[in-house]
Ligand binder design. Structure first.
Ligand code: NAP
Length: 500
């Protein structure tokens, strides 16, 4: 069968990279399955896409926001119709099991529908003036051309988290998806095209981060960068963008912990730990990669957890019997195994897993056995660094205070969770855990689109996605208006007052 060829989308036209270069996209569950050839773009295509977005900006930003919202509403509805078609391709190129891929698309649908409501809201402020016969108010203006740069682990949800608010606010965008999930990105952009988005408002550039990323970040006409990915890449982008004083929002790595206290419902906790640690093969930014367990229930919890972990079925995510799909690529597979070797060397105790799966059909994909380590100390590498795979590091503590102290011993601060029946412990952790999100009696994963999403410390740079009111802060600038109808010069700051 001839391989499928994909194109960039620039100024409303689908086109190849000028030099005709391409890169392959392979199925991580079976590398014999070539999903397609994608344009390996360079700076020239970035320039074309930014130019198209710049040209589209004046007319798109003048379209009344409720009209922009109608397109977004249609996008959400069209995505509903195509949900499982997109989800199947998403599983094929990214690996997560099909029902989770459906969840990924569902999050994109929810975001499009939710954010479309801002077309008739996008609230500004009218406030009393300090002077008579004068009005004081502020309203939101779009920023300009936005660069949208996204990772591979949520190939439709994360782009929509950024594209929907960027467009509803009147911005135009250049979208550079991960080079490991370009087909989901192409399918998503196709839906915007089908729903009548004018040319140039949303442009898609395929290519490698190292080749097109820098050009996009440094392009002088890009005024805003919305990035989700690793802390390493985010830091680099932040430094580059700072030179040109661009607006930048960063959502980066995590090392999320579940705390289980002596008074917890153990069966509930085990379900949550399995879902948090091994859902999406541990490749969520919010994945549970640390488990902190109080002394008294430690042995009982471990027995249940070990038994259930050993029963998880690893395989191709399109197979309905599979619990845990492949990891994204060979590099990630090697990285996970390298961390496991470091864990053993530093003295953690391997309970199960700890190996690359190679027998039978596993040989064609990137599969790793679900892995549990115990006796993990906070100074160990596997406690500190983001592994981004199906590896859970378990530590034992004596009190809720020590559990929270352990949870906070991380340079990241995205998600967190505590299992307890004691309301005092729940509230203590809500206040004291250093993270953007804390779940009570639920695992660290599974956000809802209408609440702020993001993290503290090296996970983010102070912005939040998800909730409309936080997104508007990213994708608009405030404009303040004073209307003086007194028909005389009035001076603020009590300048006319006698000098005492
Ligand atoms: P990544 O390697 O940092 O890549 C993210 C995106 O940046 C990709 O599109 C990548 O392109 C691009 N990129 C790479 N180098 C670049 C450069 N020099 N300039 C501009 N763009 C560049 O991250 P990933 O491996 O795709 O994703 C996993 C990471 O994302 C994990 O750390 C995870 O925690 C984090 N994440 C965070 C959140 C959150 O909301 N906090 C959500 C999901 C994931 P290529 O693919 O072509 O390299």
């Amino acid at each position: 069968m001839a391989e499928e060829i994909f194109l960039n989308y620039i100024g409303g036209k689908w086109m190849p990279a000028r030099k005709g270069r391409t890169f392959e996209n392979l199925n991580p569950a079976d590398v014999r399955d070539l999903i397609g050839l994608f344009p390996r773009s360079s700076e020239e295509e970035v320039n074309d896409a930014v130019q198209a977005a710049k040209e589209a900006f004046p007319s798109w930003s003048s379209v009344p926001a409720p009209e922009r919202a109608e397109i977004l509403l249609n996008v959400g509805q069209r995505l509903k119709e195509k949900k499982w078609e997109i989800a199947r391709e998403l599983t094929r190129e990214m690996g997560k099991i099909l029902k989770e891929a459906g969840g990924d698309v569902q999050e994109a649908i929810d975001t499009a529908l939710y954010i479309s409501g801002e077309g008739r809201r996008m609230l500004g402020v009218v406030t009393p003036s300090e002077l008579q016969n004068k009005w004081a108010m502020a309203f939101r203006r779009p920023v300009g051309v936005c660069a949208i740069i996204t990772p591979w682990n949520f190939p439709t949800a994360l782009p929509m988290w950024k594209i929907a608010p960027a467009l509803i606010c009147g911005n135009t965008a250049v979208f550079k998806p991960s080079s490991f999930t370009p087909k989901s990105a192409a399918m998503l952009v196709r839906v915007f095209e089908e729903c009548g988005l004018p040319p140039g408002v949303l442009n898609l550039i395929h290519g490698l981060g190292s080749e097109v990323g820098d050009a996009l970040v440094q392009h002088p006409d890009v005024r805003l960068i919305s990035f989700t990915g690793s802390t390493e890449t985010g830091r680099r982008i932040n430094l580059q963008a700072a030179q040109q004083l661009k607006k930048i929002s960063l959502e980066m790595g995590g090392k999320n912990a579940i705390i289980v206290l002596d008074d917890a419902d153990l069966d509930l906790a085990v379900e949550g730990i399995l879902w948090g640690a091994f859902g999406t093969t541990g490749q969520r930014c919010t994945a549970t990669s640390r488990l902190i367990v109080q002394q008294k229930i430690y042995e009982a919890l471990m027995a249940k957890l070990l038994d259930r972990t050993k029963k998880l079925v690893v395989g191709n995510g399109l197979n309905p019997d599979v619990d845990v799909g492949p990891v994204i690529n060979q590099e990630q597979l090697n990285k996970i195994h390298h961390y496991v070797e470091i864990g053993i060397k530093e003295g953690a105790r391997l309970l199960t897993g700890g190996k690359i799966l190679t027998e039978g059909d596993y040989q064609y994909g990137f599969f790793y056995a679900p892995t549990l380590f115990e006796e993990v100390q906070p100074n160990m590498t596997i406690f500190q660094e983001e592994i981004f795979g199906p590896v859970l590091s378990i530590s034992r503590v004596s009190s809720v205070e020590q559990a929270i102290e352990y949870a906070n011993q991380s340079r990241y601060g995205l998600s967190s969770s505590i299992y307890t029946r004691d309301i005092r412990n729940a509230f203590l952790s809500m206040e004291k855990i250093e993270a953007g999100i804390t779940y009570i009696n639920a695992p660290t994963i599974g956000s809802e689109v209408h609440l702020p999403f993001g993290g503290v410390k090296e996970t983010g740079n102070g912005h939040r996605e998800g909730a409309a009111w936080t997104l508007l802060e990213i994708f608009t600038e405030w404009k303040t208006i004073y209307v003086d109808y007194s028909q005389k010069l009035q001076k603020a700051q009590k300048i006319e007052e006698d000098r005492g």
